[in-house]
Design a binder for this molecule. Sequence first.
Ligand code: AMP
Length: 225
Amino acid sequence: MRIILLGPPGSGKGTQGDLISRKYGFPRISTGDILRRAVRERMALGLRAEAMMNKGELVSDDIVQDLVRQRIAAEDCRRGYVLDGFPRNVPQAEALETMDPGRRELALELMVDLELLLQRLGARLVCPACHALYSREIQPPRTAGVCDACGGALLSREDDRPEVIAERVRVYLRESEPLRAYYQSRKAYAAITAAGPVPEVFDLIAARVDRELGMSGTPQGRGRE
Ligand code: AMP
């Protein structure tokens, strides 16, 4: 089974992806996280992606597809995986099906209104040491500016600056409609109301995933799903 999280930046894909990963034991694969690490570590991949990321634009399909192809070939993805931030357009969705054909899939689109997400993104803080996420408003750290988990000094993400946020949302709006239609046509799409508190949103997601897993009749843990 592969779970594909769709939704604009700031809709909670990372947080919900982690919860899904914990409950179902599927690794969460975030192309954004992998790319940011490559940028930090000054890897060739990062150097190729950095300029586009800093502008809020998509990096080339080839780069992200290679990265996902390698990651999902790993043993921990055999039973399933959660994709956060990939696919971002229909060519990427088609490439995903080609690299891992016939796997059952469920695309969940986290629906939030634009105003709420701009507020969330502007308030987002990240720990550069352990990558924990916080929000100045919704989920503040116990001590302002300090990571609860490791004591690191929290920063705003480079691409959470207002002008870059606007571009990231614009890119999302442009690509989301065809992607939604693609998964709808495959009968693998569900919209999730994601404006509420994290546990409520997760309950909606888990109910949908349970339904999907229940329909297969395939016991979890028995080979590839
Ligand atoms: P994210 O953390 O998912 O918002 O991704 C941060 C940035 O990484 C995006 O604004 C893009 O520049 C790049 N990126 C992440 N995933 C993809 C993807 N599937 N296709 C193209 N660019 C991506």
